[in-house]
Design a protein around this ligand. Structure first.
Ligand code: ACO
Length: 308
């Protein structure tokens, strides 16, 4: 029996690779990297919006935001479990994150200056996340693909709550409309960067597409997101901050301006506006939780002893 041939046949037939199946070490490594980065993003992603829980303008908005941030925690834990099925160790992944040795999405390194940011994160950031993650429901690694189904359903709710929040603000005062426009200006370009570097500079895309971990390239998904967002912005009544954005009838897509990739590289390498704040807070939360881990370990040891 040739294990590698079996693996290749499973991929060719669009079937799923499961935890006990043989897989090339490169496939396992790539999956752990992507799933861990994704999990870290969900956990760090709780912070920018979490900042507004105590300042939400009504009980209804507070309840929605609490539920949303709680969902992100659930996604993170769910994804760490998926990483564990590949042999990764959760404690080790957490340490890699807080020591800055493993990445999380660039998008969570920007501040949330007004409550309109909460709406724009729902609309654009969660909108981009859905665009990127719906195809991952067909990713070749079973536990990851299945996790994506539930996560995408919840992300859709997040996207809608953001858009509804913005619609409400746009029906309000001029000051509220200005807040929405300002938040859109600040989040638009970072949202486009969420899809990763351009295809020509994406080190992992070719292999991940061959293994059907990724179903579309970074540029394909970025274009899909732009095409989707333009009519949504029009309906909302905001302007996307890109003077080069225009419909290209020949391509059947919107053309858009140059992305500042030098800025993206800075953010990914730890020098974005909030990288330090995010990691410091995550590190502190981990340290503050030490007593819980100690208590759980002592409780488990006591029960093991009693059972022996
Ligand atoms: N922020 C931080 N790092 C990034 C980003 C980004 N927006 N985009 C790419 N990178 C990293 C990659 O992880 C890769 O890291 P490496 O040096 O460890 O290999 C490197 O930049 C080069 O990029 P690619 O070769 O294009 O990487 P990849 O093929 O993994 O594609 C992508 C990147 C599209 C983000 C992919 O990993 C993916 O789809 N991940 C799952 C979705 C996800 O993680 N979303 C997180 C934000 S959404 C949310 O949490 C609400």
């Amino acid at each position: 029996m040739n294990l590698e041939a079996d693996f290749n046949t499973t991929i060719e037939r669009d079937q799923r690779i499961e935890p006990r199946d043989w897989m090339p070490e490169g496939y396992r490594k790539t999956m752990i990297r992507q799933v861990a980065q994704h999990a870290h993003s969900e956990i760090i992603g709780m912070q920018p919006e979490g900042d507004w829980i105590t300042r939400a303008p009504s009980l209804r908005r507070k309840a929605i935001l609490l539920a949303k941030v709680q969902d992100e925690a659930g996604h993170g834990l769910y994804l760490y479990s998926a990483a564990e099925t590949l042999g990764a160790d959760r404690t080790d992944l957490t340490e890699r994150l807080i020591e800055g040795r493993q990445k999380y999405s660039s998008i969570f390194n920007y501040p949330t200056l007004t409550f309109a940011d909460v709406g724009v994160i729902g609309w654009l950031v969660d909108g981009a996340a859905i665009c990127n993650q719906v195809p991952l429901c067909r990713s070749s690694y079973g536990p990851y693909a299945r996790a994506m189904i539930r996560i995408c359903k919840e992300e859709s709710f997040h996207q809608r709550q953001g858009y509804e929040l913005l619609m409400t603000m746009m029906r309000g005062t001029q000051a509220q409309r200005d807040m929405v426009q300002d938040a859109t200006n600040r989040w638009w370009w970072p949202s486009l960067m969420m899809f990763g570097p351009p295809d020509a500079e994406s080190t992992n895309t070719a292999q991940s597409m061959a293994w059907k971990i990724k179903r579309h390239t970074n540029d394909e998904l970025r274009q899909r997101f732009v095409d989707m967002s333009v009519p949504q912005a029009e309906k909302l009544g905001v302007t996307l901050p890109d003077p080069d954005m225009k419909w290209n009838a020949e391509r059947g897509h919107y053309d858009f301006g140059e992305i500042d990739w030098a800025h993206f590289k800075e953010v990914v390498s730890g020098n974005g506006p909030c990288n330090e704040v995010r990691l410091t807070r995550r590190r502190k939360a981990h340290e503050d939780g030490q007593w819980v881990r100690d208590a759980a370990a002592a409780y488990a040891a006591k029960h093991k002893e009693a059972a022996a």
